[in-house]
Design a binder for this molecule. Sequence first.
Ligand SMILES: C[S@@+](CC[C@H](N)C(=O)[O-])C[C@H]1O[C@@H](n2cnc3c(N)ncnc32)[C@H](O)[C@@H]1O
Length: 424
Amino acid sequence: MEPFFGKVLKKYREKKRLTQKSLASKLGIDVQDVKWWEESGVSPDKSILREICQVLDVSLDQMMIRAGYLPEKFAEVWMNDPAKISKFLQEQMPNDTENESVQCVSKELKPILKTDLGSLYKADCLELLSKLESHSIDCIFADPPFNLGKDYGKTVNDNLKEEEYLKWSFNWIDEAVRVLKPGGSFFLYNIPKWNIHLASHLAKYLNFRHWITVELKFSLPIPGRLYPANYSLLYFVKGRKPNVFNPPRLPIQTCRHCGGELKDYGGYKNCMNPKGVNLTDVWSDIPPVRHRRYKNRGANELSLKMLDRVLDIATEEKNLVLDPFGGSGTTYVACELRSRRWIGCEIGDCQPIIDRIQEKSTDRELLENARSRINILFTPESLTLRSKFGHKNGSYQIEDNDNGDHKKSKRTVQRGLPFGLKEN
Ligand SMILES: C[S@@+](CC[C@H](N)C(=O)[O-])C[C@H]1O[C@@H](n2cnc3c(N)ncnc32)[C@H](O)[C@@H]1O
């Protein structure tokens, strides 16, 4: 059960026949605060909570337990005798909930598209997930709807109550966790508003690796808020360590006019890894998909570069990747082009995915371009600019350069150097 304070507060308030306004007036606070607690589910601090409990005639413990929190003082009892507690809880359950989790097993699912590497189903993700064997997937990438009221067609309601959206999210996440192999990786892309809840849910079952910030200036400014440019990519693994961890290295950031370094690598130039700088958990180089030539449908679509990076980090050829929210099929195309097996579903129109998988030339070109810019210290363009504007490369070690003027440094590299520097 997830903590959800707002629903419980509303229940107790209504039981006492109080309106939000009358409760606020009894507490001497603004009615907007009561509204916000009930809608957001965030609980007020303990001192106000105590006052609320007094007005509503309920003990603080009862209120907390009902909202899904375990009061600290019960923690030891809870941990010491779980069998007794679970027996007690089981006895309280109505009989007919026993088979709740056994859903849609009778109806067979048939793929709407099958390739040598993957299968696409026109289906609800919960339906597909329920058919998958436990511990069968090497990597999961999920980019669900963000509940921002977008139009994904008749089959999707992208304007759920917060509580419903979280409940739905926890449901599909639990199933996804079940099908992930030990050592498998789980990437979940969403806005921070949801990922703070989804991360804490995932952390109950999986091992947190990173909260990756993807900087994307994509939407319109919101009045009274900071401009939202922070999308969040959660990265968890099942078990102690990932089966695959192979992050790409990125080139040094250079001025697009003259090729000069944007950051000062100072005295460490000779220690830079010739394959580029370390990938960090802030990704500022992922472009939004805006141009009509590269857009495969009207609604949200992620950059192929992002999926390519995820595949690099957490998969090897022939690994099986699951994406339960197909959209325009970016994950599936990335898998096709990178020789990963894949499985996925889309509840809405699947035609854009089918068209895209059948005609991959534009995606191939995009991917080749993106991949020619990883695991090198300078891009070919910046090397050309640097030579034109007289920037010297002599103190860097540059692999496979085609400009004769960059000589390789033979100096040994020290351990424990800062970000971007070679480790051995
Ligand atoms: C944000 S988009 C995914 C975009 C995708 N990553 C891409 O790059 O094209 C989310 C997609 O999930 C689909 N969807 C929503 N609810 C679903 C469900 N219950 N099962 C399967 N797909 C669902 C929507 O129709 C939408 O196409």
